[in-house]
Design a protein around this ligand. Structure first.
Ligand code: FAD
Length: 563
């Protein structure tokens, strides 16, 4: 006997889970969403909120031309046979319908015409326009009390630890566009003059990125009437004698509740990056749970195990959405370093002091290169990101604001030798960080020479439109700058990730498949809980959230018996 009856039970509260819950409830299916943590939103709330949507509704406004056939070809080539053609096609065909649905429930997006796909060398890629960024969201629409139930992003991702910044504004500032100065003043005035709101909460009223996405979804979920429980972990799935999944066992207030789901259970409980045992079982080593940029304690693969227990097939378990990460004091999780590594005047070296990758390349390939170089015995875990006084003065790096704004004398004393290392000469720096001095000096000399010629002869950094997105457009090569003027600095990078991408294998409607390739009736799975439709790749910014929500949309269509 079930303790409670619903049509649909959704597990997790990331973007895919929330979208599925809203659509199910809106379509008349009584829906319960259960979240393990004491806050809603998962990693999705901390994310940039970007979605990769080929041929999307906003491209025409932005002057971008795209078509589904080209996008399909590009994605298939990226996926290299590690996700079925059928699923790839389902994604490409439905992504924009999902984005339009998001807009219709109050979560509009804008196309980013300059943000290139991640693999410009692969046929069918676009120099921009497939990635979309959420429109800023006014938190008053959600309300302060509900806002406090949503996971906040760490202060480090905001201006001065408080003021939200969206992807367009960040790009404008990092590219040193003239208008960025006025934008900055506007953002500061907007925040500080909003006295009535700040009396209620420290959190900025203007939400951007993943905060805008999740706040918009939470607002829509409340409006639709989805029941949502926090502190309510899934413990197991319930299966009937025919093999159909008919519900879940959830823990709530110290009790195990059996909940019936007449139409289906939608799993969206994230990856397994916070589970050290599973990391050791599946991922390339070395691999530590603390290197990940996702919320502490959150994604421990519970629903992977629950799915396995009912016969689900796992796929892509050795892959993650890799990214270099940094340990920043007082931040609960390591910070993903997406942008700074691409700016001119820094380089990444191993313990031989040698560069081993294109610092400006896509972050998953960056993490893979770290692990591969380490496996060759070159000591790349951690790797060191090295820069000189010129870079330090002009650019941020992790928690270090540009030296022109926050000089070394204003940095916490305890950070020296923990967060950053500093030497008057490269020899001195090399000795401090245990890196070969001759190798380091040679790498800096070569980088300085490449900055002069505009051509990186070793890794072709800045050689394509993706690399150049974050750089200094005034330079011959926007990603190359000299490393020659002391003092010199180094910081550690770890081969972390923004989520794992292996999970339950699903079909084109997010239906979970068993180890014989047969559908397990009643069970659906999306997001990092499922094996990614991107296979080993990251087609463009937004390749995790776009599919998570698109397949949640399709799952609900399937529950409703619609094509
Ligand atoms: P999550 O959002 O992590 O949600 C999973 C939820 O399930 C969590 O709340 C968790 O507590 C809950 N849960 C776990 N176990 C249970 C259980 N037993 N019972 C109930 N609930 C459970 N991706 C993009 O596509 N675009 C971006 O712009 C982008 N930017 C990023 C920026 C950063 C800094 C980071 C860290 C990531 C970024 N990502 C981005 C990656 C993206 O955030 C994740 O891949 C995505 O959020 C995963 O969504 P999910 O729903 O699978 O998992």
């Amino acid at each position: 006997m079930a303790d409670q009856d619903f049509d649909v039970v959704v597990v997790g509260s990331g973007a895919g889970a929330l979208l599925g819950a809203i659509r199910a409830q809106e379509q008349g299916l009584k829906t319960l969403l259960v979240e393990k943590a004491d806050l809603f939103g998962g990693t999705s709330a901390l994310s940039g909120g970007g979605i990769w949507i080929p041929a999307n509704y906003d491209q025409a406004r932005a002057g971008v031309r795209d078509d589904l056939r080209t996008a399909f070809g590009y994605m298939l080539r990226c996926v290299r046979g590690m996700a079925s053609e059928d699923r790839v096609l389902a994604y490409v065909e439905t992504a924009n319908t999902m984005a339009e649905y998001l807009r219709s429930i109050g979560v509009p997006y804008r196309c980013m015409p300059k943000y290139a796909d991640y693999y410009p060398h692969i046929e069918g890629s676009m120099p921009g326009g497939r990635t979309m960024d959420p429109v800023d969201f006014n938190a008053a629409r959600l309300g302060v009390d509900a806002l406090e139930t949503m996971r906040a992003c760490p202060p480090g991702s905001k201006l001065f630890g408080r003021i939200s910044i969206n992807a367009f504004q960040a790009h404008s500032m990092l590219s040193r566009e003239f208008k960025s100065r006025f934008q900055l003043i506007g953002m500061m005035l907007g925040y500080f003059l909003d006295y009535p709101w700040r009396r209620k909460t420290q959190r900025d009223r203007r939400l951007t990125g993943g905060q805008a996405l999740i706040a918009g979804l939470l607002t829509a979920a409340r409006k639709a009437g989805v029941q949502m429980w926090r502190n309510a972990p899934l413990r197991e799935l319930v299966q009937d004698a025919s093999g159909r999944v008919t519900g879940v066992v959830v823990e709530k207030d110290g009790r195990q509740l059996q909940i019936r789901a007449r139409k289906g259970v939608l799993l969206g409980a994230g990856g397994f990056e916070r589970n050290q045992a599973m990391r050791e079982q599946y991922l390339t080593q070395p691999s530590r749970a603390e290197w990940t940029a996702t919320p502490v304690g959150g994604n421990t693969g519970d629903a992977h195990r629950a799915g396995q227990a009912v016969g689900a097939q796992l796929h892509l378990m050795d892959w993650s959405w890799g990214a270099p990460t940094m340990d920043v004091p007082k931040e609960p999780a390591f910070r993903a370093i997406f942008v700074e590594r691409s700016l001119p005047g820094c380089m990444v070296v191993n313990s031989r002091g040698e560069r081993f990758l294109n610092e400006s390349g896509p972050y998953p390939e960056f993490q893979q290169a770290m692990l591969a170089d380490h496996a060759r015995g070159n000591g790349s875990v951690p790797a060191w990101i090295v820069f000189d006084a010129g870079f330090r003065a002009q650019n941020p790096m992790g928690p270090l604001m540009p030296g022109s704004a926050v000089p070394d004398s204003k940095l916490r004393k305890s950070w020296l030798g923990k967060v950053y290392w500093k030497g008057e000469t490269l020899d001195e720096l090399a000795a401090q960080i245990g890196v070969d001095a001759a190798g380091l000096k040679d790498s800096a000399r070569r980088m300085t020479e490449y900055a002069r010629t505009g051509k990186d002869l070793d890794f072709d950094r800045g050689g394509n439109v993706f690399d150049r997105y974050y750089g200094d457009p005034r330079l011959k090569n926007p990603n190359l700058g000299p490393i020659e003027k002391g003092p010199f600095y180094a910081m550690q990078l770890w081969p972390g990730e923004i989520g794992t991408k292996g999970g339950l294998l699903t079909d084109r409607d997010a239906r979970v498949l068993d180890t014989h390739g047969q559908v397990i009736p009643g069970l659906y799975c999306v997001g990092n809980n499922s094996a990614s439709v991107m296979g080993p790749a990251y087609a463009g910014a937004g390749s995790t959230l776009g599919p998570a929500m698109t397949f949640a949309f399709r799952a609900v269509s399937d529950m409703l018996g619609r094509p």
